[in-house]
Design a protein around this ligand. Structure first.
Ligand SMILES: Cc1cc2nc3c(=O)[nH]c(=O)nc-3n(C[C@H](O)[C@H](O)[C@H](O)COP(=O)(O)OP(=O)(O)OC[C@H]3O[C@@H](n4cnc5c(N)ncnc54)[C@H](O)[C@@H]3O)c2cc1C
Length: 406
């Protein structure tokens, strides 16, 4: 009987376990997670800060899901060491567990840029559910909250924190908001929406320091301005959790390097999700982590599947608007594209063309055809015969998806 051990119970680890079980009904499959929860949705984490949802609402998998599949989920246990010679892992309780194939799906940690004062008492980062619960308790009845970072997490936190009735300020160093998801026009549209909601937002705005004695009192901007604050949240991205990989001496750059089969430089050790880097790309996205985990799991169970990469795509809800973006966003505006701005509805649509292929898409507001746009990009659909349809944003020429039982 094969013994599969998975370190990390996020979406990558869970997808791997599910895909091993689909192919091997007898194997022992164990997921170790240092968290006390089953798989939960990081995408929905900011909602916790509105006070309208609780931790249980964020759970994606119930305990029964694991039981039905005979996947042994061992919570609140950190895997501290891996010995590839004896093929064992050691947990924080000193237990040694043997494996035949091992997956490192340890995700990432919040990245904190080297800003003086980032270690003050009321300066937070948000990545884990426990952190979010603890921090939310400290954000009630405050006058000013400053969020450093105008990416998905920063903007979503801003909108949800409006419910606390504090004045919310977002400062983003990049020249665009949501820099990985929008082009300049999309960023402007989001700026308009955020301002409309009452969020003070500034891009192209570098933080110099956070100052205060013990507790943060002011955020100092590089141009000399200051923002007074009762709490600061730093939402400036993540870094791969490389501790185990480093201890193992795995080949590593921004993450553990994996090949197209999701294998690492040590036999029988695989990696997937935010912890890894594939063909020099580190995604930091739910869909990519899930796809990588599924392929790693299948290959651990004996398949020979190739991971070709994931078209970067994200659905997010920012400042009350649905935002979707996928593929090449051509933010310099070098390529031909179909663009439509609806000022009254504060909506924006753009389809980027790479010759006869649709290379990328951005939608703010109306996302009804976002799935079709994504499929056109994923499948390399030839859009040249449909230029007339594209003029009216009719994507019905893109075939429907084949639905899969999950
Ligand atoms: C707040 C937030 C919002 C996001 N919003 C979006 C979004 O809107 N759209 C999108 O596409 N993506 C979003 N992302 C990114 C997306 O959630 C991640 O890319 C994805 O969850 C990565 O999954 P993973 O399984 O690789 O890692 P993780 O989800 O980080 O899971 C890794 C798990 O391993 C555990 N672990 C680590 N080391 C050990 C160890 N030694 N022993 C035991 N357990 C260990 C960790 O505690 C964690 O539970 C968001 C991320 C965050 C944090």
């Amino acid at each position: 009987m094969m013994r599969y051990v998975i370190v990390g119970g996020g979406v990558a680890g869970t997808a791997a376990a599910e895909n091993i079980r689909k192919r091997d009904l007898e194997a022992s499959i164990t997921i170790f997670t240092d968290e006390p929860y089953t798989l939960w949705s990081k995408i929905r984490l900011p909602e916790l800060f509105s006070g309208s949802v609780g931790p249980k609402d964020l759970l994606v998998r119930k305990p029964q899901w694991y039981e039905r599949r005979k996947i042994h989920l061992r919570t609140e246990l950190t895997v501290n060491a891996v010995d590839p010679g004896t093929k064992t892992i050691t947990t924080s309780k000193g237990e040694e567990v043997p494996y035949d194939r091992l997956l490192l799906a340890t995700g990432g940690t919040a990245y904190v840029p080297p800003i003086p004062g980032a270690d003050l008492e009321n300066v937070f980062t948000v990545r884990k559910l426990e952190d979010a619960i603890r921090i939310y308790g400290q954000l009630k009845n405050l006058g000013n909250i400053v969020i450093i970072g105008g990416g998905t997490l920063g903007l979503e936190l801003a909108r949800n924190l409006l419910e606390t009735e504090a004045d919310i300020h977002v400062v983003e160093s990049h020249e665009r908001l949501l820099p990985k998801l929008t082009d300049p026009a999309g960023s402007e549209m989001l700026h308009l929406r955020l301002t409309h909601l009452g969020i003070n937002v500034q891009h192209d705005c570098d933080t110099e320091a956070i100052v205060g004695e013990g507790r943060a009192r002011e955020v100092v901007i590089k141009d000399g301005r200051t923002l007074s604050c009762d709490a600061v949240i730093i939402a400036t991205g993540m870094r791969a959790n490389k501790t185990l990989g480093e201890a193992l001496g795995l080949e590593m750059e921004r993450g553990i390097i994996v090949d197209d089969h999701m294998t690492t430089s040590i036999p029988d050790i695989y990696a997937a999700g935010d912890v890894c880097e594939h063909r020099k790309v580190k995604y930091g996205a739910w869909r990519a982590a899930e796809e990588q985990g599924a392929i790693a799991g299948a290959n651990m169970a004996g398949e020979d599947l190739v991971y070709e990469g994931t078209v970067p795509s994200k659905y997010v809800r920012v400042s009350g608007a649905d935002v979707f973006s996928a593929g090449n966003l051509d933010w310099r505006g070098d390529l031909e594209s179909k663009m439509h701005v609806e000022w009254e509805k504060m909506g924006y649509k753009r389809l980027v063309l790479e010759g006869c292929k649709s290379g990328g898409a951005i939608r703010i507001g109306d996302l009804r055809d976002a799935q079709r746009a994504l499929r056109a990009i994923d499948n390399g659909t030839d859009v040249c015969p449909y230029m007339e349809d594209l003029r009216t944003w009719d994507l019905s020429f893109v075939p429907k998806a084949v639905t899969q039982n999950r």
